[in-house]
Write a protein that binds this ligand. Sequence first.
Ligand code: CMP
Length: 136
Amino acid sequence: MTSKEAAIKGVPLFAQCSKNEIELIAKLADEIDLPAGKTLMREGETGREFFIILDGTAEVTRGDEVLATLGPGGFCGEMALVDQVPRTATVTATSAIDVLVLTGQGFSSLRSRLPNMDRAVLDEITERARADAGRS
Ligand code: CMP
């Protein structure tokens, strides 16, 4: 197993994946290191990518408000891709971070092949949308 595959195996979203599925995810996802302060996505923009944090932390903000802090295993960018709406928040690295990045197409492909992941992503969207609606 490569170090990338080992990192993917440690992501809760992929906890139930087989060896073949982990290999598929490794093929579809890029692993990249980003510096602290880097903006992963900006509120209002069109969404094209899905991110999973392997290491480090990122802050989710809307205007001046901090909605959440994401750490290893956390993911972001799913709402614009699933619901085809503009980015609902800005996500900024608050430390140097190591992330997996999927294109919209790679994300859709994994959702259709991995029902457990799909379910977990949709459940999280429901929770986040509810939390965000409660604030405004
Ligand atoms: P998206 O709308 O594509 O881009 C901004 C992202 O911020 C969004 O997807 C979610 O991944 C994330 N996000 C929005 N609201 C919350 C929240 N309440 N908690 C955690 N993450 C959130």
